[in-house]
Design a protein around this ligand. Structure first.
Ligand SMILES: NC(=O)c1ccc[n+]([C@@H]2O[C@H](COP(=O)([O-])OP(=O)(O)OC[C@H]3O[C@@H](n4cnc5c(N)ncnc54)[C@H](O)[C@@H]3O)[C@@H](O)[C@H]2O)c1
Length: 425
């Protein structure tokens, strides 16, 4: 019998949406049957590429009975109202990070998922990727003893990437903490078991051309006694790639492009709207940024280098784990060894798992691991960084939940690239 496919629609086919498209295209069990976007050019390009219906609003899209689930990648302020609307109109939902702007909104999303019985997945992206799932499995197996510390350091060009006006407004979830904090924090929560006790954070904003923060660091204490430090500096001078011997410093831009972009911002001559449209679906730079096999780490060509969420060292009682060029390296009492997780050519390594979790939950009744409650706990920790930076205080958290007890058996792990053997270096 043919496998059932799930009819999914994307709302907000912007940069984040475009980054997801390779995974949609590859997964036979997912049918990208519709989309909704307010931008007519985007609708035209989407319809032409996928022969899918392109609506201009979520409301119209929700009238389409073939749409079973909705991928929400609109600007942050729409996440909560759109997720709730879709759930109430019989659709399952994956919502991009940050799941909402406030805990009240997140709570309303939890309530709507419960009330309707539809699936809601908080898609925090980076914590889903195979190397972090492998780290989680190693920690969970107990082979290195209890987890003690998780340290993340990211140096990226995020602040130089093109922004539309709503992204430059803190009240609409603009800035580095709202936008990038969830990547690191969701990962840290996964690796640390989920239960953060308290947070102390600082936030920095010093680029005159940007009205949003481009720096944060924070310390988290977990209930199990583990500690975590996260740092993200997004100004694009020193780049995380320089932290590994095989690094090459291109993230969104290479060094020469970063100089040009920065000069354009300082002289006020940059056209950010057209720079941004160039990397959305069908734009001149879409393939270069999101699809060029062998050139793009998102689809597994070149070795990984620290970008977002950065370079990580997890320390357990009897060993450390880091990311490696193609997987993870374990340092233990026998020395060190690397587990390669090199994906098959063209594999959209970083983005399949969210769709897989959606599919398994809706079609096969598997548990939802990244529930609304899990997402709310990540949002709480993210907001606590901002609050702590404002008040100078340690913030106690109240909405934390542990990693789902069955997570290590999740079907999404079956999809991970087969370990290419354990190599003793
Ligand atoms: N997970 C990731 O790695 C990742 C990467 C990039 C962006 N994102 C997330 O994606 C979201 C959008 O960011 P972006 O950089 O893609 O911005 P963007 O501006 O490129 O995309 C937003 C899209 O939504 C459309 N839109 C706006 N209002 C709409 C409405 N009311 N109805 C339908 N469509 C509407 C816009 O026309 C645009 O195409 C953010 O929440 C961001 O955090 C996630």
């Amino acid at each position: 019998m043919a496998k059932k496919t799930l009819g999914v629609a994307m709302v907000g086919i912007g940069v984040g949406g475009t980054e997801m498209l390779p995974a949609f295209e590859q997964m036979e069990e997912i049918d990208l049957i519709a989309g909704a976007d307010t931008n007519p050019l985007t609708r035209e390009r989407f319809q032409a590429r996928y022969e899918a219906t392109a609506y201009s609003t979520l409301e119209e899209l929700c009238e389409d009975p073939n749409v079973e689930a909705v991928w929400i990648s609109t600007p942050n302020r729409f996440h909560a109202p759109m997720a709730i609307y879709a759930l109430e109109h019989g659709k399952h939902v994956v919502v991009e990070k940050p799941m909402a702007l406030s805990l009240e909104e997140a709570q309303a999303m939890c309530d709507a998922a419960k009330r309707t019985g539809n699936v809601l997945i908080a898609g925090h992206t980076r914590s889903f990727i195979p190397p972090f799932r492998k780290m989680y499995s190693i920690i969970n197996s107990g082979q290195l003893g209890a987890v003690k510390s998780i340290n993340f350091m990211a140096y990226t060009d995020w602040l130089l990437r093109p922004r539309v006006s709503e992204e430059l407004d803190l009240n609409q979830g603009g800035g580095l903490v709202y936008r990038q904090g969830p990547h690191q924090i969701d990962t840290v929560r996964l690796l640390g078991g989920g239960m953060v006790k308290n947070v102390r954070g600082v936030v920095g904003q010093w680029m005159p051309e940007r009205s949003i923060p481009g720096y944060y660091s924070a310390i988290f204490e977990f209930e199990n006694g583990a500690f975590s430090t996260i740092v993200h500096n997004a100004h694009g001078y020193f780049m995380g790639a320089q932290m590994v011997p095989w690094g090459h410093d291109r993230q969104r831009y290479d060094e020469a492009e970063r100089v040009l972009v920065r000069n354009g911002m300082m002289s006020g001559t940059r056209d950010e709207e057209s720079d941004k449209q160039a990397i959305r679906i069908g734009g001149e730079r879409e393939v270069e940024i999101f699809k060029r096999e062998g050139q793009n780490r998102e689809i597994g060509g070149e070795p990984w280098v620290p970008a977002e969420p950065g370079f990580v060292v997890v320390s357990c009682e009897r060993g450390d784990i880091t990311r490696s060029a193609y997987g993870v390296t374990i340092y233990d009492n026998n020395g060190h060894h690397t587990i390669d997780l090199k994906p098959p050519a063209g594999w959209a390594m970083n983005r399949r798992a969210e769709l897989k979790e959606l599919y398994e939950a809706v079609v096969n009744g598997a548990p939802v691991y990244h529930t609304a409650e899990w997402g709310m706990a990540t949002l709480e920790a993210t907001l606590a960084v901002i609050e702590s930076a404002k008040t100078g205080k340690l913030i106690d958290l109240k909405h934390q939940i542990p990693v789902h007890s069955e997570y290590s058996n999740a079907k999404i792990f079956d999809e991970d690239p087969v370990d290419a053997g354990v190599r003793i270096d």
